[in-house]
Write a protein that binds this ligand. Structure first.
Ligand SMILES: Cc1cc2nc3c(=O)[nH]c(=O)nc-3n(C[C@H](O)[C@H](O)[C@H](O)COP(=O)(O)OP(=O)(O)OC[C@H]3O[C@@H](n4cnc5c(N)ncnc54)[C@H](O)[C@@H]3O)c2cc1C
Length: 284
């Protein structure tokens, strides 16, 4: 049984709800009243729906036996990012999937631990062998766009509560055909790139991680021009409650393939300026 906690009441002219996508959405869904029986600002019925996360399960790794005279400082060189290169023009889509992905990865020299498997030698030579780095390896995977599906959603559990007495969050999410087809393409492309670059022992993979694994959840209080189909307007302001703003990932209408946090920050800066201007003009 949960124990009811102390209650505090705060008043503010403007409220930014930015508890990160899932918590923000849960908070809004839980904020019901006669005016908003299905959650604050949820006239459209979109609140909680269209949940997205990037998939980053598919890619390839390989070993390169060249460049053994090259080394780097620290534990490994900087990672790399190959910008999106497929379906750049959506009108001329040459693939069996929509939208696209970027590839992220890193290269490093192998360490000494594999030499433990077959210990050979003694003294100075043995020490030198152990402290000589192994060949170069590269691991890379595609960060892929997930389309917004109405039935990928967050809802509040009907009966179960957390220790503060708030409803537990239920999540229904799966990657679908488009994402699965994109993953097949990513794996093939990654394998081809490594082979063309002279890598050996190339291993393509698809970990089939579930949604949430890339921790880029977004989309559950979408922006839009039409209050009938969206929760927020183009300045992240609730269509139905003009002094409430949401600028975390819940506002996104598509996930694109980029890491998303800089976009959230840019949207936050823009919405804050808009809110301050409105406040100064007494329009909030
Ligand atoms: C391991 C990992 C690696 C990542 N790497 C990248 C990356 O390389 N690039 C990238 O773009 N993104 C990355 N992300 C995603 C990134 O962390 C999120 O997109 C970003 O933090 C979202 O910002 P936010 O402000 O919405 O939420 P958060 O940063 O989670 O902040 C929300 C805040 O609200 C607070 N809060 C929640 N509920 C309540 C409540 N009821 N009352 C009061 N406070 C509350 C939380 O404590 C928290 O401080 C990564 C995530 C993880 C987990």
């Amino acid at each position: 049984m949960y124990k009811r906690q102390e209650e505090h009441v705060f008043y503010a002219k403007i409220i930014f709800v930015n508890a990160s996508t899932i918590s923000t959405t849960a908070l809004l869904l839980h904020s019901t009243s006669n005016r908003f029986p299905d959650g604050l600002g949820n006239d459209s019925g979109q609140l909680g729906h269209n949940l997205m996360d990037h998939h980053s399960s598919a890619g390839a790794s390989g070993t390169h036996y060249g460049y053994q005279d090259k080394y780097y400082k620290g534990r490994r060189p900087c990672g790399f990012l190959i910008a999106r290169f497929e379906n750049l023009d959506d009108n001329r889509n040459n693939n069996d999937f929509l939208r696209g992905y970027n590839i992220q990865g890193h290269g490093e020299r192998q360490g000494w631990s594999d030499k433990f498997i077959d210990l050979k030698g003694y003294g100075k030579d043995f020490k030198k062998d152990l402290s000589t780095p192994g060949p170069w390896t590269v691991w890379m995977a595609g960060w892929g766009e997930c389309l917004p599906y109405f039935d990928n959603k967050i809802s509040l559990h009907a009966t179960q509560r957390d220790k503060w007495g708030l409803p537990l969050v239920s999540i229904d999410f799966s990657f679908k055909e488009n994402e699965n087809r994109m993953m097949v393409h990513i794996q093939k492309q990654a394998e081809e790139m490594l082979k063309s670059a002279g890598f050996e022992n190339v291993n393509g993979f698809n970990y089939h991680h579930p949604g949430g694994s890339t921790a880029h959840e977004m989309g559950t209080a979408r922006m839009g021009k039409d209050p009938k189909t969206s929760v927020l307007n183009n300045f992240n302001q609730m269509h139905a409650v003009s002094n409430v703003f949401v600028t975390d990932g819940s506002c996104m209408t598509s996930s694109a393939s980029q890491n998303p946090s800089l976009t959230y920050m840019a949207l936050t800066a823009r919405a804050s300026r808009y809110a301050v201007e409105k406040l100064k003009k007494n329009e909030l």
